[in-house]
Design a binder for this molecule. Structure first.
Ligand code: SF4
Ligand code: SF4
Length: 335
């Protein structure tokens, strides 16, 4: 029986995280919520209720007349102009989204920021950030955001940042299951408040281009099969997520679709300071190297592995399909 009350609000974002959540499968979204005992009180895109009905619900939650187990925030919080939050109002309520989130977060047992906008500001806070958009408890890499560094929900946890642009549906549903069972602790979150269930991995783990990476057999243009790190902007070796282990939509990932990893689960990914699909270099060496390896070692090993690159990988890396198959190994020499 559903008894874990969840409210979902959309602030300054594109709605893409909800779109991605709807791609949950085996079983689909509403079945998973039901199985977990989650009662979705309201979601602006998925619920029928509107107008006065919603306003009454929000007031009841804010005043404590109805219990709020989980507040999910999707999208950044617009604080402008001049700290009023009026750039983003919740229609019909006469109040800013910022004001509702501040009020409701004090009543919730848990607060979850769904997506990198809600977690850190994300794309909504990119560039000059004219709306003064911020994350729920972070402003980019800095703790603070809307609710402040010291915020703890009634359940004793900081805002849980399920970052990603968008989120993988199972990152969210798995985290919700953990909250419903009361199993999520501080130790289950990483230094940026993200569930370690998906951020204790790198996007590089399980990438089908790993063999090319080993030999630095690099693609030089999109559609080619080689590793995208050296020329085409991939930072999967630094990006925390399990995208190539827990696949998307039944079998995909950015890398499998031929697109470089841009580290969308990280704060400030939206402002890399260079084009997403090009690799910035100094003296021909990529500046964004794996974080857990000395640069000098990386450069030395890269030179060696390039020198040892099998012809098969050299050929295939620059092609959009396999030109050379791996050789067959025979135990006994053949004539
Ligand atoms: S995190 Fe990305 S997908 Fe989600 S709301 Fe923000 S911009 Fe859209
Ligand atoms: S394309 Fe990116 S994620 Fe894949 S092997 Fe190369 S560096 Fe790693």
């Amino acid at each position: 029986m559903a008894n874990f009350n969840m409210l979902w609000l959309q602030s300054s974002g594109c709605g893409g995280c909800t779109m991605s959540l709807l791609c949950a499968e085996s079983p689909p979204l509403f079945e998973q919520l039901s199985w977990q005992g989650i009662n979705l009180l309201w979601h602006p895109a998925l619920s029928e209720a509107s107008g006065q009905e919603v306003q009454s619900l929000l007031s009841d939650l804010e005043q404590g007349r109805e219990s709020l187990d989980l507040l999910c925030i999707e999208g950044a919080v617009a604080q402008g102009p001049d700290g009023t939050g009026d750039f983003s109002r919740l229609p019909g309520t006469g109040r800013s989204m910022m004001s509702w989130l501040q009020g409701l977060s004090t009543r919730a047992n848990y607060v979850v920021a769904v997506g990198s906008c809600a977690a850190y500001g994300g794309v909504s806070a990119g560039g000059d950030n004219p709306s003064d958009a911020t994350g729920a408890q972070y402003a980019g890499e800095r703790l603070g955001g809307l609710l402040g560094e010291a915020f703890r929900s009634r359940g004793g946890l900081p805002v849980i940042n399920i970052s990603g642009c968008p989120i993988h549906p199972q990152w969210v549903l798995e985290s919700l299951a953990s909250l419903v069972r009361g199993e999520m602790t501080l130790q289950d979150l990483d230094e940026l408040g993200r569930p370690r269930s998906y951020t204790d991995h790198l996007v590089h783990h399980g990438c089908p281009r790993n063999e090319y990476y080993e030999y630095k057999a690099s693609a030089q243009q999109h559609s080619q099969q080689g590793c995208l790190m050296e020329h085409l902007g991939c930072i999967g070796t630094q990006a925390h997520a399990d995208c190539n282990i827990r696949l998307w939509n039944g079998g995909g990932s950015c890398l499998r679709g031929g697109y470089a990893c841009i580290n969308c689960t990280a704060p400030e990914f939206e402002n890399p300071g260079y084009g997403f699909l090009s690799t910035p270099k100094v003296a021909g060496i990529p500046i964004g190297l794996p974080t857990d390896m000395p640069k000098a070692w990386f450069v030395a090993l890269s030179s060696l592995s390039k020198a040892a690159m099998p012809a098969r990988l050299r050929e295939n890396a620059l092609s959009d399909h396999q030109l050379m198959a791996p050789k067959i190994y025979y135990k006994n020499k053949r004539r």
